[in-house]
Design a protein around this ligand. Structure first.
Ligand code: GDP
Length: 534
């Protein structure tokens, strides 16, 4: 069977119905509220408020979580699966705070699309912009939800213009808001000629939609005051003239985003958005890998680790590796090959993240996210196959932007500290560098808050008080080149050399001048700010 749009063979139905996506937004735009409503309409929870309530019960467990709560940020990412209509949605949660951007980046390697939530009064904010740029690097399709329309919001054209200009993407309205702020009534569904009115009496209820025959339908006036009908007609006419029409192919290519207007807290516009994700969002996409690409409909199962979360339960040193399945039909108990070590691995207790709770995964398909509990064998970037030697590519590690020395409060505990730091390095929470000269460790992170998180986790999970102190270095670059050149480079620059947690050679410095000097004096050496996870 051929997919008529792309001329590619159609995917098996179980794979084709999957939509794996993340939500990107600026803090406070409404990501949590929207997630909750997704789960509510996905039948995964009975009542809105449970996501937060559950989060709080979990958070009381530790001071670290307390810190997360105090600051109102979400540090840990997880994945949730639920059904909507004929679709299976896999929503991968991204940590919201900018200090965790590397984690977020990697999360975005595991999804096929992103839902961008913006606040109707604030428009495109800094964090949205940054995350959007990351999506753009991968040409991820983006669907936009303009939230908080129940409050005073900006003019609709202004919002659309701002997105088009700041993000350089075509925007097509999938719905059009009627009235502003207190007078906000609902939306005209531009795709289906329907009137959707907001029910202000019950936040979890959705009013029935009203079918109308175009904007001249007299029924419109039965539901909307005359002056708003007139405004709606004018605006929609202008929008149809000035703004691009929905082009499903352009959406899939990431050059156009459809925008829905709504109010997550009032459950308004959410179902339309979900229908849009189903109808216009991408199926599971091919995965780049070395030496060949992986197609989702290959019968053999492959997957890769994009996140590792350690010590989810501090009493057991358990870790869960989050694996995105790139192809095939996975069944519990399967024997997979862990490509990095070439060792077989029986996946006997994989976890599916149904919103209600973690649940054993009996089966999963390409596009799904499963959790694999393990004792540290699985690292970020690892590939699992049914025997073939394939290595998923495109999961980078970034040079940290902040470096500090880390010392154990008790000098006798240096070995323990090393173990703890390595653990967090493997989880992707920090980079750990062991200088060739001197003792101790240099820890690198992307945002300052991570030092605090690390210090409290090391104390809590390993019982080790630690100190972070300023380092003489501020930049780290990976050293690439052939063996001889690298050895020569190391011996001439010993004070600057360290090894990262994978044993790769890293050049540490505080001066851009030093980096320029290396580039000038060592043509055989290449310093890089990213490396592929091996
Ligand atoms: P997040 O930081 O992006 O996860 O945002 P939250 O979902 O926590 O929402 C931030 C705040 O905005 C909370 O106080 C929500 O109750 C509120 N909020 C979310 N959606 C809406 C909405 O549609 N209208 C209004 N007025 N407030 C909303």
């Amino acid at each position: 069977m051929l997919d008529t749009a792309s001329n590619r063979p159609a995917l098996p139905p179980e794979i084709a119905r999957r939509r794996t996506f993340a939500i990107i937004s600026h803090p406070d735009a409404g990501k949590t509220t929207l997630t909750e409503k997704f789960l509510l309409f996905g039948g995964a929870i009975q009542m809105a408020g449970q996501v937060r309530a559950k989060g709080e019960a979990r958070r009381t467990r530790s001071d670290f979580m307390q810190m997360e709560k105090d600051r109102g940020i979400s540090v840990s990412a997880s994945a949730m699966s639920f059904d909507f209509g004929n679709y299976r949605f896999n929503l991968v949660d991204t940590p919201g705070h900018s200090d965790f951007s590397e984690d977020t980046y990697r999360t975005l390697t595991a999804v096929d699309a992103a839902v961008m939530v913006i606040d109707g009064a604030k428009g495109v904010e800094s964090q949205t912009q940054k995350l959007f740029e990351v999506c753009r690097l991968r040409d991820l399709p983006i669907l936009t939800f303009c939230n908080k329309m129940d409050r005073e919001s900006r003019d609709t054209f202004e919002i659309i213009d701002e997105i088009q200009e700041n993000l350089a993407i075509d925007v097509t309205p999938a719905s059009w808001p009627i009235g502003v702020g207190r007078d906000f009534l609902g939306c005209y569904d531009m795709l289906n000629n329907r009137l959707e009115l907001m029910d202000r009496s019950d936040r979890n209820r959705v009013a029935d939609s009203i079918k109308i025959e175009g904007l001249d339908d007299p029924k419109l006036e039965e539901h909307v005051p005359a002056h708003l009908v007139e405004q709606l007609r004018e605006e929609v006419e202008m929008a149809r003239e000035l703004l691009p029409k929905l082009d499903p192919q352009a959406v899939l290519e990431g050059t156009m985003t459809p925008i829905w207007f709504g109010s997550a807290i009032n459950s308004f516009g959410v179902k339309e958005l979900m229908t849009g994700i189903g109808n216009y969002g991408p199926e599971p996409q091919p995965q780049s890998a070395d030496p060949r690409q992986i197609a989702p409909d290959e019968t053999k199962v492959t997957g890769f680790v994009f996140k590792v979360q350690a010590n989810m339960d501090p009493k057991h040193r358990d870790r869960v590796a989050f694996v995105r399945l790139a192809s095939g039909h996975f069944e519990r108990g399967m024997k997979m090959t862990h490509v990095r070590t070439k060792k077989p691995m029986a996946i006997s207790n994989p976890v599916l993240f149904l919103a209600s709770d973690r649940e054993l995964a009996e089966e999963a398909w390409a596009g799904d996210i499963i959790g694999i509990p393990n004792h540290g064998q699985l690292r970020i970037g690892d590939t699992l196959t049914e025997g073939e030697s394939l290595k998923v590519t495109g999961i980078p590690s970034f040079a940290p932007e902040l470096l500090q020395n880390c010392r154990a409060g008790d000098p006798m505990k240096a070995k323990h500290l090393e173990k703890a730091l390595m653990q967090f390095a493997e989880e992707g929470a920090a980079k750990v560098f062991k200088p060739a000269f001197g003792s101790g460790f240099i820890v690198g992170v992307v945002g300052a808050l991570q030092f605090e998180v690390l210090a409290s986790r090391i104390e809590l999970e390993y019982g080790l008080p630690v100190r972070f102190e300023p380092s003489q270095f501020t930049s780290a670059r990976w050293v690439n080149g052939d063996k001889m050149a690298v050895e020569k480079f190391i011996s001439a620059n010993k004070q600057h050399i360290s090894h990262d947690n994978d044993g790769d050679v890293v050049f540490l410095t505080r001066l851009q001048w030093d980096i320029d000097r290396v580039e000038r004096d060592y043509p055989d050496i290449k310093l890089t700010a990213t490396k592929e996870m091996m």
